[in-house]
Design a protein around this ligand. Structure first.
Ligand SMILES: [Zn+2]
Length: 143
């Protein structure tokens, strides 16, 4: 048991506005989603019987989620929105890529993986981001 790989996961939620400036359909419009994030880690159990305390995982992930909550996620090349937002006090997070579920999953993967590196008993990290109840994007990495 102690040498077996085990997985734990925790869900997070946030509300966020975005748009895909290049899109020919509905996604070009300024709109929002109730996003769901599932963070799954695997590794070997520590002597305390845990892979990681859920509160320690929350301490890593929640600040990242809070940064996006009720924000507009703006791609840096979206000149229309940048011009509109200039001088206003809306909550905006700029990213150097488009705000697709795939890219948002990668955004969380990079930031969370960096913080999990010191935990040598962990083996992998999997991120799932859902914009709607019918869709999700998933990305994973070995730690
Ligand atoms: Zn959308």
């Amino acid at each position: 048991m102690t040498n077996s790989l085990i997985k734990i996961a925790k869900d997070f939620h946030w509300e966020m506005a975005h748009r895909l400036p290049y899109h020919q359909g509905g996604c070009q419009n300024l709109h929002g989603h109730s996003y769901q994030l599932n963070v799954e880690i695997s590794g070997t159990v520590l002597p305390n019987g845990m892979l990681m305390d859920y509160s320690d995982l929350k301490a890593i992930v929640k600040p990242l989620v809070d940064e996006l909550d009720h924000a507009f996620l703006c791609s840096e090349d979206d000149e229309l929105m940048k011009s509109f937002l200039k001088g206003k006090f809306f909550k905006v997070v700029y990213i150097p890529y488009y705000s697709t579920a795939e890219n948002i999953a990668g955004y969380f993967l990079d930031k969370i993986a960096a913080q999990l590196k010191p935990h040598k008993h962990l083996r992998s990290l999997k991120i799932r981001v859902a914009e709607t109840v019918n869709t999700y994007a998933e990305i994973s990495v070995d730690l």
